[in-house]
Every structure is written in structure tokens, then in C-alpha cells.
Write a protein that binds this ligand. Structure first.
Ligand code: GSH
Length: 217
């Protein structure tokens, strides 16, 4: 099995978390989709030059939700898809919310401009942070309602909803404004704290501070 990804990509980390939860070993190829060399590596592997891509048994899968579905069905222990119809629907709903409404404001606006680019010593746009925070509010509110209801993201076992959501929340709270905002959503904040202490999440956390040391002052 081989994963093609980019170290600081939340979508790559989602797959790494599922692989870790299932105790699967794999080869890893680093391809930065934001750099020309990475785009060249992705050419012919992903039609939209994105990561991650999973190669296994002579075929490849891209689109993170599809990769996770495959992993959970092909390697059933521990199960990450809940059995009950409503719990399963809520899990899919979380993944849809995150992909369609969450990724951009949480990661590409608040995390990128509020934490990552400043860490790299690159110019960040404060307006992006402010716009991202505003756009994050309805996303966090929708996820909080699901967490309070509790079929997923509540007190129960880890599911694919956690794999998909927690990497984005963990990035979001790196920005001080993100940390302040999430405290208004206590069930979600509690789920983040519970999950981020678990092995699959600890094991896959990218070493952002190491990146800072590479940047000359
Ligand atoms: N829908 C894709 C999204 C993957 C995605 O957006 N990955 C980001 C990295 S986290 C990427 O490759 N971005 C490159 C770009 O935006 O050009 C999935 O679910 O796998």
C-alpha cells in the first residue's frame, strides 16, 4: 500500500489517521501539490493535482472520503463506520459539512493566514482571517448540534467523522482567534480535546514547529 501526500495537508492526514487507527503499514511518497515538482509527481495520478492518492493492489483511489470508505470496508478492525442508520447519516453529514463548507474558512483562511504563513515568515492577509472566522461560525454551529445530539462526535467511539473533522479543527485552533472561537462550541471543543490525545492523532500530527526552525530570522 502506498500513500501519496503532502506533509502539511489536512486531507493527507485524514488518511494517515485512518491507516494508523487500523494498524496498517504503508509506503509514503511526499508530493507538494502547491509546488511544480509535486504537481509533476501528481500528473497522471490525480486529474486535479491534489493529494491524497492511495495506491493498493494494482489500483488507485483519490478523494479522501472514498479512500476512507475503502479502508474501512477492506480492513474492518476497528470499525470506523457506525452501524445505526442515523449515526451513519450523521457521519456522512459531518464529512459533507467539512468538505463543502469547512475546509476553506477553517484551514485555508484562518489557519493559513492566522498561523501557517506567519510561521513561515510569509505575508499573511488579516482580511482572510476575519472573513474565515465569520464563515466558520455557521460551520461550527452545525457541527456542535451534531456533537450535542451525540450519534457521532459525542462521547462514543472514534468514527470516520472524527478522522475527517479533527485535523481541520486542530489546524483551526493553532490560530489564537480560532482557539477563542471554538470555546463557544463546548461539545465540539471537548471532542477535539478527547480525540487529539489519541494515538492515531498524536502519531500523525505534523511537526509545524520544526518548519519554523528552518526559516531564518
Ligand atoms: N476533495 C479532495 C480535496 C483534497 C485537497 O484539496 N487537498 C489539498 C491539500 S490539503 C490539495 O491537494 N490542494 C492543492 C490545491 O489546492 O491546488 C479530497 O477529498 O481528497
Amino acid at each position: 500500500m502506498r500513500l501519496i501526500g503532502y506533509e502539511f495537508s489536512v486531507y493527507t492526514r485524514i488518511v494517515k489517521i485512518a491507516l494508523s487507527a487500523k494498524g496498517l503499514s504503508y509506503d509514503y511518497l511526499e508530493a507538494d501539490p502547491f509546488m511544480p515538482e509535486g504537481q509533476a509527481q501528481l500528473s497522471g495520478r490525480h486529474p486535479f493535482s491534489r493529494v491524497p492518492v492511495l495506491e493498493y493492489a494494482g489500483f488507485e483511489i483519490w478523494e479522501t472520503a472514498a479512500i476512507l470508505d475503502y479502508l474501512d470496508l477492506a480492513f474492518s478492525d476497528p470499525p470506523l463506520i457506525p452501524q445505526g442508520p442515523l449515526a451513519r447519516a450523521r457521519m456522512r453529514q459531518v464529512i459533507g459539512i467539512v468538505d463543502n463548507y469547512g475546509y476553506w474558512p477553517l484551514v485555508r483562511q484562518v489557519f493559513s493566514h492566522g498561523y501557517f504563513q506567519p510561521l513561515l515568515g510569509e505575508a499573511a492577509d488579516r482580511e482572510e482571517v476575519e472573513t474565515g472566522l465569520r464563515a466558520s461560525e455557521p460551520v461550527l454551529a452545525a457541527l456542535e448540534a451534531i456533537a450535542v445530539e451525540g450519534h457521532v462526535l459525542g462521547q462514543g467511539a472514534m468514527s470516520l467523522a472524527d478522522c475527517h473533522l479533527i485535523p481541520m479543527l486542530e489546524y483551526f485552533v493553532q490560530a489564537p482567534e480560532g482557539q477563542t472561537l471554538i470555546e463557544h462550541y463546548p461539545a465540539l471543543a471537548a471532542r477535539l480535546e478527547l480525540m487529539r490525545a489519541m494515538r492515531p492523532f498524536l502519531e500523525t500530527w505534523p511537526d509545524l514547529q520544526a518548519l519554523k526552525q528552518e526559516v531564518p530570522e
